[in-house]
Ligand binder design. Structure first.
Ligand SMILES: [Zn+2]
Length: 260
């Protein structure tokens, strides 16, 4: 498994510094969380200060691959409001531009939310979501970057909260999938997610099977057996504290070696 972590755990640090830490601690990937100062639009505006060529150089010297988690806070690709959908599309496109500047491999994003329980409204939201993502997928293909939509926790308002809905969207868009194994653990049969085609990579975190708690790997009820971990080619530990990232890394490496 190639293993990395989300920059959420070192939020607000400079990307160069995070790459140094990743190299020191034997990680092969980082996933940049594109929120706050790392909003793609802001990064494009502050190109000089960010120094994209320098980041690319460090990542390549250290043999660290860069993935991006596109912005998701307060946008909604499935919104009933056309203006919000357009803004969501723009922001995903901008994340793809940043991925291109950083030689990034993949951009993950969320399918969006729907606030009404009627099936016809959910179907409409799903179609809007697909419509929002299709031009993003075309742009991603032009750039040679994988656009990847993530499965969400099992709450009715989230689109992509079960394998069939996530697959329906990814299939219609023609994009790949990011499996958040903690989110999958809130669904009754998490392993159904593993049967989906076009899985790009995994987010690794744990919970009690009910709430999306983002606990350390091994501290909840999600399956982190050797059998599961062997199926993960690319894994991103997604926690908000770097000490816990290291504990999770050690748990995963020990499992993969000893199997217990
Ligand atoms: Zn996510």
């Amino acid at each position: 498994m190639k293993l990395g972590f989300s920059t959420l755990s070192l939020f607000m640090n400079k990307i160069q510094d995070i790459l140094e830490i990743a190299y020191r601690d034997n990680f092969n990937i980082i996933e940049i969380l594109c929120e706050g100062p790392y909003m793609p639009r802001l990064m494009l505006k502050n190109k000089e200060e960010i120094n994209f060529p320098k980041i690319r150089q460090i990542a390549s010297d250290y043999d660290i691959e860069i993935f991006l988690h596109g912005p998701t806070v307060d946008i909604n690709p499935a919104s009933m409001n056309q203006g919000i959908r357009e803004e969501s599309r723009k922001q995903i496109m901008e994340a793809l531009e940043i991925a291109d500047l950083l030689n990034g491999k993949a951009v993950t994003t969320h399918p969006g939310v729907v606030h009404r329980r009627e099936k016809r409204i959910r179907d409409l939201a799903t179609n809007f979501c697909i419509e929002t993502f299709i031009p993003c997928q075309e742009f991603a293909e032009d750039l040679g970057i994988a656009l990847s939509i993530e499965n969400m926790p099992k709450r009715f308002s989230y689109l992509g909260n079960c394998p069939s809905e996530l697959n329906k969207i990814a299939n219609a868009v023609g994009c790949g999938i990011t499996i958040d194994w903690g989110h999958a653990n809130t669904y009754e049969n998490p392993e159904e997610y593993l049967k989906l085609p076009n899985i790009n990579y995994f987010h690794l975190n744990d919970n009690n099977g009910i709430k999306d708690q983002h606990l350390n790997v091994g501290d909840g009820t999600a399956d982190f057996s050797k059998d599961f971990l062997k199926k993960v080619d690319y894994g991103i530990i997604e926690l908000n504290n770097y000490e816990n990232v290291l504990l999770s890394r050690d748990f995963i490496n020990k499992k993969l070696i000893d199997g217990y």
